[in-house]
Design a binder for this molecule. Structure first.
Ligand SMILES: *Cc1c(COP(=O)(O)O)cnc(C)c1O
Length: 395
């Protein structure tokens, strides 16, 4: 017996559920890419992206995923043989650093852990030891989607300043932009990147980079620049230069619609919604974790992200068996454990276009699976989740 007819619930950390309005916005004929409407669409999107990153600097749109945006940042600010410092807090900053290494940059990893956020004092100590200023850029993620850690970007930026080090601060916001606060200029971030398919509720295929004056200064000397990614080429007057060729027309209409939905709800409301729904997830997991079989991956509650939660399952049945039960029996697709957590964890995404029934429904199905598979767990997780929402969403 299965109980999975009806709409499938996607609870993976990207691509995320898209609003029907966003899907409908793409249902239109091909457009004249030289028309004034397209020029204005691009100008509006670039301006709104900079506002979303909270920078006076320019933004760029690439036809790429997050990996493409990583490469866009690296090619534009670095030269071969230079060094980057990667701040480990899971999988994704390492991935960014590995891309740099393959492009001819020296990568040094500041060891962290898979269950905790970057320690700003470690960053400060490492930078103080770099007396020749060999490190040119620091790569860090705001939320690591594998470990589900959230890093304190303002504290890391303050550590760089305390060390009086000139390295550029480059931040990956793929799993956080439009979900939790980000303040590029206010926090002293030099270059930030993101992608369309997570908090921004748009199909995969668009990547974003925002750049301040310091990053642009490094750009002038960078020798890894390539024709497609080059900011200077994209600053040209012609509309096609903004995309180094044909614009991704339909994805741009989707993004326009998503940004309008974000503006309509208001960023403060969106951040609060994410906090409330993330805490709802954590209340349920906290109860399940009263058995020793289930545990939060991130040890310190203040370092758990508001967009995704990684949950460890020890012994058998495994996390993957739980995921299989949820998808095949109940139509809820959970994220798999990746990297160091492969086979040992599952992930619940709570980012982007999500509401209470989606989160409560997903949690309920996980609890059904724990029961059906006989995985030991504390009883009453759903009740704790419901009580939390009932107490915190005022009548
Ligand atoms: C998903 C993700 C990426 C990679 O994005 P792709 O679009 O899959 O290339 C990079 N960084 C973080 C933090 C992510 O969550």
């Amino acid at each position: 017996m299965v109980v999975r007819a009806g709409r499938e619930f996607l609870a993976i950390p990207g691509p995320t559920t898209m609003p029907d309005e966003v899907l409908a916005a793409m249902h239109r004929p091909a457009a004249d890419i030289y028309s004034q409407d397209m020029v204005e669409l691009t100008a509006g999107l670039l301006g709104d992206l900079s506002k979303l990153f909270r920078t006076k600097g320019k933004s760029y749109i690439y036809i790429a995923n997050g990996h493409g945006a990583w490469e866009a940042v690296l090619t534009n600010i670095l030269s071969r043989g230079e060094k980057v410092l990667v701040l480990e807090s899971g999988r994704f900053a390492l991935g960014w650093g590995e891309a740099a290494a393959r492009m001819g940059v020296h990568m040094e990893v500041l060891k962290g852990g898979w269950n905790r956020s970057v320690r700003p004092q470690d960053v400060e100590a490492r930078l103080k030891a770099d007396t020749n200023h060999e490190i040119k850029a620091i790569l860090v993620v705001q939320i690591d989607t594998a470990s589900s850690v959230v890093n304190d970007i303002p504290a890391i930026s303050a550590a760089i300043k305390a060390a009086k080090h000139p390295a550029l601060l480059a931040v990956d916001t793929v799993a956080s932009l439009g979900c939790i606060p980000f303040d590029m200029d206010g926090w002293g971030v030099d270059v930030a990147m993101s992608a369309s398919q997570k908090g921004l509720m748009t199909p995969p295929g668009l990547a974003f980079v925002a750049v301040n004056d310091r990053a642009r200064e490094a750009h002038r000397k960078a020798d890894m620049r390539t024709p497609y990614f080059d900011w200077t080429a994209r600053d040209g007057q012609e509309h096609y230069q903004k995309y180094a060729g044909t614009p991704p027309v339909h994805l741009l209409f989707a993004l326009r619609c998503a940004l309008d939905l974000i503006a309509k709800e208001g960023l403060d409301n969106i951040f609060l919604r994410h906090r409330l729904l993330a805490e709802t997830v954590r209340r349920a997991v906290g109860v399940w974790a009263q058995s020793n079989t289930i545990a939060f991956n991130v040890l310190d509650p203040t370092e758990r992200s508001d967009t995704v939660t990684s949950i460890l399952v020890s012994g058998t049945p495994t996390a993957n068996e739980l995921r299989t039960y949820c998808s095949q029996k109940c139509g809820v697709v959970l994220g798999t454990g990746i990297g160091a957590l492969s086979g040992q964890a599952f992930r619940i995404a709570h980012m982007g276009h999500i509401n209470a029934p989606m989160v409560l429904g997903t949690l309920s199905v996980v609890e059904v699976a724990l029961h059906a598979l006989g995985i030991p767990h504390g009883k009453g997780g759903m009740q704790a989740a419901i009580d939390y929402l009932g107490e915190n969403v005022a009548a």
